[in-house]
Write a protein that binds this ligand. Structure first.
Ligand code: LCS
Length: 393
């Protein structure tokens, strides 16, 4: 069986693993900044691209490459580029695809610093962005301009869990000559593979589900063809936001259990979401697995399970949410998501504070919204912890 023919759980375990000297089953950590040339001529050939090989770790390193190949295989992409953080991946992808005078269509429901990057950094380079509710495909269509070069979508979006139809968005963007970039952090390639749906570039914060153990900050870009890979690699090399070998090793280790973890995250989150939806103190719950999710039908078309992220608001608004966050014991009050431990946080004052109130309101990020990243603990313990904390509200 070739690695290409393997199922997704087998790919998690085997993708990116090559034959190394001495036969280790795990790729060695090449913790080196640079690589010796066999001769001056060899070095010159490597730099001229006339021979393949490693030169300098910012350019390429075997430990990083092994992890990149694993993620590319899982996403069904051509190759991947490991970055020092999710934001480094997003910034590198956008910088590679955009020039001054270009226009971006971006979903409103994105991680706060992504919209802040477009609004306060890339705008200074004469790159204009129109933010849309991408779950309404008409808004994407209407926002397209002759100079639109990128349609940027996060689905499900952080933290509202709004879902955009990736096949429809891709059709509209391609008709207008734009590329589609999708942040697939919330679903991971186990549950959703945007490239199979027509998307051009996928980005991840690997800090989250891909690594899965809350001990690494990292990101990745997955591309579909050699041309995009080479141009993206050039920009990453020049911007310099690469991942390092040790973090690559840790992410690659995390990937091996990704399929197992995503299954548990999804199953447990479904139970927690149902518990919340039936609780008298809860005003509303947003979770892709609940039929009450406004884009439930689009979701089941493009992801195989609902994932581990839930947003909800208590009837008492922010004050009630604050009491809940201060009363949980098993759930950690912390930002980030996608790790083995359950985390709870308040987007308006934490992850999405940088956006400002007006942009948050326009993206339906209410002041009372509380976000849960459901971990892999016993689900009864997670529910009991939230149930007990809700008694204090
Ligand atoms: N994309 C998404 C969907 C994210 O949730 C985050 C971080 C990023 C990109 C950026 O990745 P980083 O640079 O942190 O690796 N999200 C966070 C969150 O919701 N809480 O803390 C970080």
């Amino acid at each position: 069986m070739t690695k290409k023919e393997m199922g997704i759980s087998s790919k998690c375990v085997h993708a990116g693993i090559d034959n190394y000297e001495f036969g280790p089953v795990v790729p060695p950590i090449y913790q080196t900044s640079t690589f010796k040339f066999e001769s001056a001529e060899h070095g010159a050939k490597l730099f001229a691209g006339k021979e393949a090989g490693y030169i300098y770790t910012r350019m390429l390193n075997p430990t990083i490459e092994a992890m990149e190949n694993a993620v590319a295989a899982l996403e069904g992409g051509y190759k991947a580029l490991g970055c020092g953080s999710g934001m480094a991946a997003i910034n590198t992808a956008l910088t590679a695809l955009l020039s001054a005078g270009d226009h971006v269509v971006c979903s409103k429901a994105v991680y706060g610093p992504t919209s802040t990057l477009l609004n306060t950094v890339l705008n200074r380079f004469n790159i204009e962005t129109t933010f849309v509710n991408a779950s309404d495909i008409k808004q994407v269509q209407e926002a397209m301009k002759p100079n639109t070069k990128v349609v940027y979508i996060e689905t499900p979006g952080n933290p509202t869990l709004e879902i955009a139809d990736l096949e429809e968005v891709s059709k509209i963007a391609h008709k207008g000559g734009a590329k589609v970039v999708v942040d697939n952090t919330f679903m991971s390639p186990i549950l959703q593979r945007p490239i199979e749906l027509g998307v051009d570039v996928v980005v991840h914060s690997m800090t989250k589900f891909l690594n899965g153990h809350a001990d690494v900050v990292a990101g990745i870009i997955i591309v579909k063809d050699d041309e995009s890979y080479l141009s993206m690699r050039k920009v990453l090399n020049q911007l310099g936001g690469v991942i390092d070998p040790f973090n690559s090793f840790l992410v690659h280790r995390g990937l091996k259990t990704l399929a197992l973890r995503m299954e548990r995250h999804s199953e447990s989150a479904m139970k927690v979401a149902e518990f919340l939806e039936n609780h008298p103190k809860v005003d509303w719950v947003r979770f892709p697995g609940l039929k009450s999710h406004p884009q439930y039908e689009i979701g089941i078309k493009q992801h195989s399970a609902p994932g581990g992220m839930i947003s909800f608001e208590l009837k008492g608004g922010y004050e009630a949410g604050e009491k809940l966050m201060n009363s949980v014991e098993l759930c950690a009050l912390a930002v980030s998501l996608g790790g083995v431990e359950t985390l709870i946080q308040h987007p308006a004052s934490m992850t999405h504070a940088s956006m400002g109130k007006e942009a948050r309101e326009s993206a339906s990020i209410t002041d009372g919204l509380v976000r849960l990243s459901v971990g892999i603990e016993d689900v009864d313990d997670i529910i009991k912890d939230i149930e007990d904390a809700l008694k204090t509200v």
